[in-house]
Ligand binder design. Structure first.
Ligand SMILES: *[C@@H]1O[C@H](CO)[C@@H](O)[C@H](O)[C@H]1NC(C)=O
Ligand SMILES: *[C@@H]1O[C@H](CO)[C@@H](O)[C@H](O)[C@H]1NC(C)=O
Ligand SMILES: *[C@@H]1O[C@H](CO)[C@@H](O)[C@H](O)[C@H]1NC(C)=O
Ligand SMILES: *[C@@H]1O[C@H](CO)[C@@H](O)[C@H](O)[C@H]1NC(C)=O
Ligand SMILES: *[C@@H]1O[C@H](CO)[C@@H](O)[C@H](O)[C@H]1NC(C)=O
Ligand SMILES: *[C@@H]1O[C@H](CO)[C@@H](O)[C@H](O)[C@H]1NC(C)=O
Length: 527
């Protein structure tokens, strides 16, 4: 595989980027004195200039063509440059890979990138991934609401019934991503088809389908030596899981393949892209914005056992829910020690204190990228008191704009993903898959600022501030210095061979696809 594949040529373009200083004047919480802090983030994206210039040229050409033709009367000249698709790669097909992606939107996204890379290096044909319909983080709102609203009853049974029924249908790949673009743009690497050919469909109907979950965090040798022979034997193999099937540190050509899928081949459907752009332009009209991935949602709290900020009734409800989901294995959780270990999402109040500690301007627009916040507006009041410009897609868009997406949490999450990519600052309150995948995508787009909280340190600091051990200024200073190296700037991924869970995740920092760094500055050669 050559290195100069489409999508990797632009890397040089964001080697150079300027930092614009944004002065935020801030009033500390609790009538502390105003304070100034300089927050630097990139606003200048040279490749935008290149693209804009090209668009203008194309538009001029289009204008000229249009004026030569008959359509002079139309007000807007619409011109979409024809997409360039590479010629297909010629290779001996060694079998057909079917996959069922598990997890939420972003876990599936990373999984899809891994699956393409596996198909590419095993010379397989990939069937467009299926999205798992039995995961709790499935996106059909009525299943989720069944879980939530039946929490007074024995809904374990009901949940099982719903998940096992065939009537259940959620978003599939084509409802979230542009499937034709995905197939065509990767044609020079791997053949991707929408369905198994009829001959194999018959074979599968007759003989069954060989399915397996690949061992997680594996390297390519596992796929060559253990998995590949099964394609020889069965021709069609289905992977029942896709999350973390590949390790973090693999040969550079595999890493580049994963990046190419993630950042170039996976585009959301035009409907999602367009609505995402609409939200962004509404926000941009009013100035800079911070996207807060406020993971204070009922599923998260129930799953993690984190109940800080909840009253007794709510604690009971969350606990009931955790016990009711059969595949959430951990049932008994001590919320206090979990929180102190840094394993809980911040509450809205803790979030407000944290944003203030970072000296983020109280006038800054704060876009909440999340589902329903547990406890609703009542719980958000603490955040809104500090940051009145608190918005989310539901408040920025009309209900008719949102209607096509609103029953599908993965499509709603896709809208938030797009807004998160474009924000001036991205701050997740919990280190889940969205936090990781968005952080990496922002690195790829030119190291846009992502504040990656060290919750272990932060929670201890917040508690010390609350009990008066730290004064506001000391607290704020301590928060800033604890995060000086956690702003999404260039860094090396931590590696612990044999201990993948202790390592930095590939999809948080795909350094093989980013300009490499010398003395804090990106340099031209690639790592
Ligand atoms: C895949 O095909 C390439 C040629 O395109 C070949 O060099 C390579 O060995 C093949 N790999 C496998 C696992 O069959
Ligand atoms: C969304 O789901 C709700 C309840 O399940 C239903 O009443 C509503 O009609 C659905 N809306 C759309 C646009 O499909
Ligand atoms: C969501 O799931 C419910 C229950 O299985 C089903 O009745 C409904 O049609 C599904 N909704 C959509 C929009 O797919
Ligand atoms: C790949 O993983 C196996 C264990 O599954 C290990 O024995 C082997 O050394 C690894 N190979 C490389 C190249 O890291
Ligand atoms: C707990 O909070 C819920 C709202 O989330 C509220 O309806 C309920 O009255 C509260 N219970 C107590 C005991 O404060
Ligand atoms: C304040 O809180 C911190 C962190 O929880 C704790 O270590 C410390 O002992 C507390 N100090 C006082 C005076 O309560």
């Amino acid at each position: 595989m050559e290195d100069s594949k489409r999508g990797f040529e632009e890397e040089e373009a964001f080697v150079e980027y300027g930092k614009v200083e944004l002065k935020c004047s801030v009033n500390g919480i609790r009538a502390e004195k105003p304070k100034n802090l300089v927050i630097g983030f990139d606003l200048f994206r040279p490749w935008m200039l290149v693209i804009t210039t090209m668009m203008v040229l194309l538009w001029l050409v289009a204008l000229q063509l249009a004026s030569m033709g008959k359509n002079i009367g139309s007000t807007a000249v619409k011109f979409d440059p024809p997409p360039y698709f590479p010629p297909p790669r010629a290779y001996n097909n060694e079998g057909y890979l079917m996959v069922t992606c598990n997890g939420g939107l972003n876990q599936m996204r990373a999984g899809i990138c891994d699956m393409v890379a596996i198909a590419r290096f095993l010379n397989l044909t990939l069937v467009v991934p299926e999205l798992d319909e039995t995961s709790f983080w499935h996106d059909n709102r009525s299943v989720i609401s069944l879980v939530l609203y039946r929490s007074n009853y024995d809904f374990r049974l009901r949940l099982r019934t719903v998940l096992n029924s065939n009537s259940f249908s959620g978003s599939q790949f084509k409802d979230i991503w542009d499937v034709d673009y995905f197939i065509k743009s990767l044609a020079d690497e791997v053949r991707i088809i929408k369905h198994l050919p009829p001959r194999l469909r018959k074979q599968v109907q007759r003989d069954g389908l060989y399915s397996m979950p690949p061992v997680s965090w594996s390297n390519m040798s596992y796929y060559y030596n253990t998995v590949f022979p099964r394609f020889r034997k069965y021709e069609v193999v289905r992977f029942t899981k896709t999350d973390a099937r590949l390790g973090n540190n693999l040969p550079v050509e595999v890493q580049k393949m994963r990046c190419r899928v993630n950042y170039e081949a996976l585009r959301f459907t035009p409907a999602i892209e367009e609505m995402g752009k609409k939200i962004i332009s509404i926000l941009r009209e009013k100035g800079p914005f911070l996207v807060l991935h406020l993971r204070y949602e009922m599923d998260m709290l129930a799953f993690s056992g984190c109940t800080a900020g909840c009253n007794q009734t709510e604690v009971e409800e969350l606990t009931r829910m955790r016990y009711a989901i059969p595949w959430w294995k951990e049932k008994e959780i001590d919320p206090k020690s979990r929180r102190e270990a840094g394993l809980c999402p911040l509450t809205p109040l803790e979030t407000a204190i944290t944003l203030r500690a970072f000296s983020i301007d109280p006038k800054m627009q704060i876009y909440i990228a999340a589902g329903d916040i547990y406890g609703g507006n009542k719980r958000l009041a603490a955040l809104k008191a500090s940051y009145p410009n608190l918005v989310k897609k539901e408040t920025l868009l009309s209900s008719s704009d949102l209607k096509p997406f609103q029953n599908y949490s993965n499509q709603m999450a896709a809208l938030d993903y797009l807004v998160s990519l474009d924000s001036d600052i991205f701050l997740p309150t919990y280190g889940g898959n969205m936090a990781k995948v968005v952080e990496s995508h922002r690195r790829y787009l030119g190291y846009r600022m992502t504040i990656s909280l060290d919750r272990l340190v932060l929670i201890s600091l917040i508690d010390q501030y609350k009990n008066g051990t730290l004064k506001w200024n000391e607290f704020s200073q301590a928060v800033k210095s604890a995060h000086a190296n956690r702003m999404g700037s260039p860094s090396q991924r931590l590696q612990f061979p044999g201990e993948p869970k202790l390592e930095d995740y590939f999809y948080t920092n795909p350094q093989e696809c980013l300009p490499s760094i010398v003395a804090g500055k990106p340099v031209k050669e690639m790592g």
